[in-house]
Structure formats: structure tokens, C-alpha cells
Design a protein around this ligand. Structure first.
Ligand code: BTN
Length: 264
């Protein structure tokens, strides 16, 4: 990957700027730094790296980005006032965009709430959206997306909390990483327009893994997990669960979801 190749491949997308690193700590950290330090950081600035040495996931987990075999990028977004009200939906926007791009390849991804993309029940993409606040105002959002493309991108079993896979294990033809990147970004820009509409929630919900199934949600480390049937998501992006043992609906904003085995 070179900056020239990126510029050529992404020329028709509404990107303000492309910043490429062969290796960096974390593209999210760099994009956050741009938003905080650089008054001129424009909406649609893309920070992309071939390898990350300190990639981060949700809950401060490590995210591995091996050279030549992954996609790791962060898009700096300056939200409109309307979008700022829905800032929790930017991470699902990333997951939806990756899912649609994988569907364009003929694959059948699912989204594990809130924003992991699965292929055949294994994680192939993670999304980390981080907000940058200044004086109580949302200044910007960094939408960080990591996709496992080649076999080398799959972390070692001991580093995994959830089974992982890569796109090439499911797409048995040569795959151009940059074509996939272009398609993901195209969907990000298209679906960003719908963030405040029911259509967005519908598209996200249609792709949710475990809908109607019995799941366990670990909401915070030391709290007892919540068990229940997954109903869907609210318009704000909360997970809707029919909680056990009473069957009342609860809405949860944060957590790690697992499918419950039929026998525990
Ligand atoms: C997760 O699954 O917990 C989210 C993983 C997000 C990884 C991406 S890779 C590009 C960007 N830079 C980071 O440090 N993290 C995100």
C-alpha cells in the first residue's frame, strides 16, 4: 500500500485528506490527536496504516494489525448538530458499512451487537468509535475500523476472547484490500446520511446476529451477566433484551454479547 495507490483508489470519495503510515501506534490515537490539536482537521480526514503497534479495541483491549494483511483506518468526523445527538450510532455505522461491503463480495456477514462483524460466527472486523469533547461540546468523532483480510491478520488463539477469522478464509478469489477499503468508505458516506432515520436502524437490525436467540450480556466487569432473549435495538442503539427471569424488556447501552449454549 502506498499513499499514491490510496489517492488513486479513493479519488472519487468525499475525503478531505489521506494520511498514510507504513507503521503507527494506533490510527485512532493519531486521528484523535488531529482533532484535539489541529484546528484545521476537516471532516472526512482518513488516517490509515499498514501496521499498528498499539492498536486498541473496545474496553481498552489490544487490536493486532499485521502488515500486508489487514485494513486499519480511522475516519475523523465533524458531526452536524443532528448527528451529534446520535453519536452512539457512528460505531454501528462502521459495522454496517463493512457488512455491506462484504455483502458486495457475495459474503453473508452478521453484526454482533453493537459493532463486531462476523463471518460464519467468527469475528473478522472490529469498530472503535471515540468522541472528542471540548467544553461540553462534541468536537469530533473518530471512527476506527480494523478488518482481518489475510490469514496472517488472525490473532493467536491465546490472544482471543472471541473466535476470529479473516475475509480471505471466506472469499476464495484474489482480494484487493484497497477495493474493499473503497467500498467500505463508500457505504460509510452513503449511510451517514441516514443516521437519523429509521432506515439506518432497520438495516443494522436486519443484520444482527443472535436476534430472537438466548444470549448472555456482560455489561461491566464485576457485575453479574444479564441473561435474556435478544429482541433487537432501539432507535438510540440500545440493545433490547427480554430479561430473565421475569420477561420484562430492558435496554442496555454497553456490553459484550455471547450466544447462550442451549445446555448450560
Ligand atoms: C474492537 O473490536 O474492540 C474494536 C477494534 C478496532 C480496531 C481499529 S484498527 C483502526 C483503529 N485504530 C485502533 O487503534 N483501533 C481501531
Amino acid at each position: 500500500m502506498t499513499v499514491e495507490e490510496l489517492q488513486k483508489k479513493l479519488a472519487d470519495l468525499p475525503l478531505a485528506k489521506i494520511i498514510y503510515f507504513e507503521e503507527i501506534g494506533s490510527t485512532n490515537d493519531f486521528a484523535l490527536h488531529l482533532l484535539v490539536e489541529d484546528e484545521g482537521c476537516e471532516d472526512g480526514t482518513l488516517v490509515i496504516a499498514d501496521a499498528q503497534t498499539a492498536g486498541r479495541g473496545r474496553f481498552d483491549r489490544k487490536w493486532y494489525t499485521h502488515p500486508n494483511s489487514s485494513l486499519a483506518f480511522s475516519l475523523a468526523i465533524i458531526p452536524s448538530l443532528e448527528e451529534a445527538q446520535k453519536n452512539a450510532l457512528f460505531a454501528p455505522l462502521g459495522a454496517l458499512a463493512v457488512s455491506l461491503a462484504l455483502e458486495d463480495l457475495g459474503l453473508k456477514p452478521k453484526i454482533k451487537w453493537p459493532n463486531d462483524v462476523l463471518l460464519d460466527e467468527r469475528k473478522t472486523c472490529g469498530v472503535l468509535a471515540e468522541s472528542c469533547w471540548l467544553g461540553g461540546q462534541l468536537k469530533g468523532i473518530v471512527l476506527g475500523i480494523g478488518v482481518n483480510i489475510g490469514k496472517d491478520s488472525i490473532p493467536k488463539a491465546e490472544d482471543l476472547l472471541f473466535p476470529a477469522t479473516c475475509v480471505e478464509a471466506h472469499y476464495h478469489k484474489p482480494l484487493d484490500r484497497l477495493d474493499l477499503l473503497r467500498d467500505i468508505l463508500k457505504h460509510v458516506f452513503l449511510w451517514r446520511e441516514t443516521l437519523t432515520c429509521d432506515n439506518f436502524i432497520k438495516a443494522w437490525e436486519e443484520r444482527l446476529a443472535y436476534k430472537g436467540k438466548y444470549v448472555t450480556l456482560q455489561s461491566r466487569n464485576n457485575e453479574a451477566p444479564i441473561k435474556g432473549k435478544m429482541l433487537g435495538v432501539t432507535s438510540e442503539g440500545y440493545l433490547r433484551l427480554e430479561a430473565e427471569p421475569h420477561g420484562s424488556e430492558i435496554n442496555v447501552m454497553i456490553g459484550d454479547l455471547k450466544l447462550r449454549p442451549s445446555v448450560e
